[in-house]
Write a protein that binds this ligand. Structure first.
Ligand code: NAD
Length: 489
């Protein structure tokens, strides 16, 4: 049995420094996607609860937080990161529990990265300078970067804590206050951020966490709330559009990290000993529920058969199982609704006459996992890059191999979707690596690697994959107002 699934937790809202119930006491259920067992009853924030959270964040913004010396603010944010590391085991277990991701991935990678996001921005803020522009000998201009105000941070279910602290780090470091809403399917780890902030000495009201759904619920209420100055959102492209409309009347500043359909291009001179295991990761990490997933693998025809054979073998070697088991490579999909959406693409792939290489059904699993939302790692071949499985974000363990003959053809296919979050290129030819990197229209290109992140570097999407960039000074620009001061000498 799952090691932590037996307790049913009560998840409350965290407003103005304390846990509180929903004002109507209404709750929604969260289940373990590996077993369908009930794991949490979550208080759903009403409009009034969201207003209270936003007002608490406003009061905290007008209080000591934004004027606190940067070194002091950073110290407390770093303390949050330390507490997260002290609670790493618990956080990793919870992340595995409601997302269904392997515990080992959460423990080894995501929780440390979530903590590092906070530490990185605390350190980075302390190193910031400003611009100065002397005008002859008569005047001097200098710039200050001041916090904007109350930020709504709305995050998806695939990497709950990691993506939330990626926003919370720069938000707090710059002196803003936050109202956070995690995804309804995965509230567990993020629900603890308010208490962790409080323990780290961050004033009440600076970090608030509300729970609920999107439309007609907490997410939508936040995006229209007059106290909210800026919205940092990661999620689906269609949700980004809805949020932009809701925020328009109150002219909120927005930063959007949206969907993707990355091309992973494997040229005939690629080192397949590296390209195949990394492409497997890029396709199936987190059951393929990663915005950066290399879900379209474009392979040059001369090596296509060899690639298919070796990729199939590697996909079939993945261990699908209980997320809480340390040797599991792949868990279930996050929810019934998402399982049904991903599974619908199996029928679409068949209608489109895609060739099934492997997978395409539920795996054989231990008895306690038989109700889980599992799908085998699934690989198709499809010659027509306009097919829906090559165009739409499936966001599951379903990958399509597309053969190509020339570099031009590969580029055409790579750029022929509405998305532009990232791309991956495998070649030993340096000139080609640069040439193709420049021509793929996406915010991040990985050459002979995938998901390697330097947090100073810009991260975000071209086209329908986002608005704005996160990372280093890009995040700080979003979370600050630049002020110029012109002084007569
Ligand atoms: P989603 O858009 O359904 O939900 C994301 C969050 O928005 C949730 O908290 C949800 O409750 C909230 N929400 C939904 N409708 C809303 C509304 N009308 N107003 C306000 N809030 C609303 O996304 P998801 O299904 O949770 O996550 C998967 C998507 O996220 C995929 O498209 C994936 O590519 C994308 N994603 C992008 C990145 C990136 O960095 N670009 C990273 C991770 C995930």
């Amino acid at each position: 049995m799952s090691k932590v699934a037996t307790t049913v937790r009560e998840v409350k809202l965290f407003i103005d420094g304390k846990y509180v119930e929903s004002s109507t006491r209404s709750t929604f259920d969260v289940t373990n996607p590996a077993t369908q067992e009930l794991i949490a009853r979550v208080h759903e924030a009403t409009k009034e609860d969201v207003e209270r959270a936003c007002q608490a964040a406003r009061r905290a913004f007008e209080g000591s937080w934004r004027t606190m010396p940067v070194s002091e603010r950073s110290k407390r944010i770093r303390r949050m990161a330390e507490i997260m590391i002290e609670r790493r085991e618990e956080l990793a277990r919870l992340e595995a529990l409601d997302v269904g991701k392997p515990y080992s991935v959460a423990y080894e990678k995501e929780i440390p990265r979530a903590a590092h996001n906070l530490k990185f921005f605390a350190d980075f803020m302390e190193q910031q300078g400003g611009e100065t522009y002397p005008m002859d000998e008569e005047y001097i201009n200098y710039t200050r970067y001041e916090p904007v105000g109350v930020a709504a941070l709305i995050t998806p279910w695939n990497l709950p804590l990691m993506l939330t602290t990626w926003k919370l780090g720069p938000c707090l470091a710059a002196g803003n206050t936050a109202v956070i809403k995690p995804a309804e399917a995965t509230p567990l780890t993020v629900s603890l951020l308010g208490e962790i902030a409080k323990e780290a000495g961050i004033p009440d009201g600076v970090v608030n966490v509300v729970q609920g759904f999107g439309k007609g619920s907490a997410g939508e209420y936040m995006t229209a709330d007059p106290e909210v100055d800026l919205i940092s959102f990661t999620g689906e492209t269609t949700t980004g559009k809805a949020i932009m409309k809701m925020g328009a009347d109150t002219l909120k500043r927005v930063s959007f990290e949206l969907g993707g359909k990355a091309a992973n291009i494997v040229f005939e001179d690629a080192d397949l000993d590296k390209a195949i295991p990394v492409s497997i990761q890029a396709a199936f990490l987190n059951s393929g529920q990663v915005c950066l997933a290399g879900s379209r693998i474009l392979v040059q025809r001369s090596i296509f058969d060899e690639f298919v054979r070796r990729f199939k073998q590697a996909a079939e070697a993945l261990k699908v199982g209980d997320p809480q088991d340390e040797d599991t490579n792949m868990g279930p999909l996050v929810s019934k609704e998402h399982y049904e959406k991903v599974s619908s693409y199996l029928a679409i792939a068949a209608e489109e006459q895609s060739t099934l290489v492997t997978g395409g059904k539920r795996p054989h699993l231990a008895k306690h996992l038989q109700a889980g939302f599992y799908l085998e790692p699934t690989v198709y071949i499809q010659e027509d890059s306009k097919a829906r499985i090559c165009q739409e974000e499936i966001f599951g363990p379903v990958v399509t191999l597309i053969p190509f003959d020339t570099e031009e053809e590969a580029l055409h296919i790579a750029n022929d979707t509405p998305y532009g979050l990232n791309g991956v290129i495998w070649t030993e030819n340096l000139k080609r690596a640069h040439r193709v990197s420049h021509k793929v229209r996406a915010g991040t290109i990985w050459v002979n690697c995938w998901f390697v992140r330097d947090l100073r570097a810009p991260f975000g999407g071209f086209k329908k994959s986002g608005i704005g960039r996160e990372g280093g000074h890009h995040s700080l620009e979003f979370f600050t107002e630049a002020k110029n001061i012109c002084l007569a000498l």
